[in-house]
Design a protein. Structure first.
Length: 150
């Protein structure tokens, strides 16, 4: 399971010209579920994301977490994070989890983040054509792969 985490001043997602999710200061999390991923991989991300210390403290050092700043998280499904670009010029998405599995694990991550103490967790719409807007703060972008987490 892969997550691209962007520190944002705000972010929102629109489906069919209607805003369905929005957050203020916090994270935009693009979440890709790979074939073979389980709740164990999801749990690693749920544990790590809210406590990543990538917000600046009073000394300008990245020392505060989303929980520390009372931040918000927008989670958007993003199967293209699972792209294999090792051959040719067209990415292969064969490593992505089947939609029913991916949706279940996506919802599991969202639910876990809601239970983690984060002030607000908003979502996109799984499988929809979404328009995502954000004001990246920094910019700061962190890539997490559940396979690399303890």
């Amino acid at each position: 399971m892969k997550a691209a985490i962007q520190r944002v001043k705000y972010s929102n997602v629109v489906v069919e010209q209607q805003e369905i999710g929005a957050v203020n200061q916090g994270f935009l999390v693009l979440l890709g579920v790979e074939d073979g991923d389980t709740k164990a991989e999801a749990d690693k991300l749920i544990k790590k994301i809210p406590v990543l210390r990538i917000f600046e403290d009073e000394n300008g050092k990245m020392n505060l977490s989303c929980l520390d700043i009372d931040g918000e998280i927008l989670v958007v499904s993003q199967f293209t994070l699972c792209a294999d670009c090792s051959h040719g010029r067209r990415p292969s998405f064969i490593g992505s989890a089947p939609p029913d599995v991916a949706k279940s694990l996506y919802e599991y991550v969202v639910d876990g983040l809601k239970k983690s103490g984060v002030k607000k967790v908003a979502t996109g719409e799984f499988g929809a054509d979404m328009k995502v807007s954000l004001l990246n703060d920094g910019p700061v972008t962190i890539i997490l792969d559940s396979k690399d987490l303890k």
